[in-house]
Design a protein around this ligand. Sequence first.
Ligand SMILES: Nc1ncnc2c1ncn2[C@@H]1O[C@H](COP(=O)(O)OP(=O)(O)OP(=O)(O)O)[C@@H](O)[C@H]1O
Ligand SMILES: [Mg+2]
Length: 154
Amino acid sequence: MSFNNIPLHITTNSAEQTQEFGQNLAARLLPGDVICLWGDLGSGKTTLAQGICRGLQSKETAVSPTFGLIHEYQGLCDIYHLDLYRLDNSAQAEEIGITDYLYGRGISIMEWPERIRDILPDDRLDIHLTRLDQQTRKIEIKTSGNNWNDRFNN
Ligand SMILES: Nc1ncnc2c1ncn2[C@@H]1O[C@H](COP(=O)(O)OP(=O)(O)OP(=O)(O)O)[C@@H](O)[C@H]1O
Ligand SMILES: [Mg+2]
């Protein structure tokens, strides 16, 4: 996987490979980007977020939050790791200031974006993760909006 050729579909065979993919992806990201990680429990969203954090040279890495929906890290730019699993709806998300993050100057990496489907930014990177078996994950990237054309046209 090279910087110049990010595949838009990939199958990984280990958590480490998923992290490597995230690390390579990070080289394509810019401050203000919103990355939505879609997928079931255990599909690898946090694992991929860890790789992105590593690629953005964050000293801290994404964790599965046991408390707190939002974790901020500092790397090449500010990184916001949002895990919305425990939210019921987007009104609740707005109450805790989610939109300040989504339209902020850092890179937002969001798990469980379906919780705020009605307020997701039009400009975003959607990454779908599917568990194929214990060690195998299908990862698919889809860009929405104009912000990505130069960055993801291989
Ligand atoms: N190819 C793979 N890619 C990613 N994770 C993998 C892979 N193979 C095995 N795993 C394992 O699957 C688990 C993925 O957990 P992770 O916390 O990343 O999932 P998640 O999607 O964030 O779940 P949740 O919805 O609970 O937050 C980890 O235990 C990881 O080691
Ligand atoms: Mg997670």
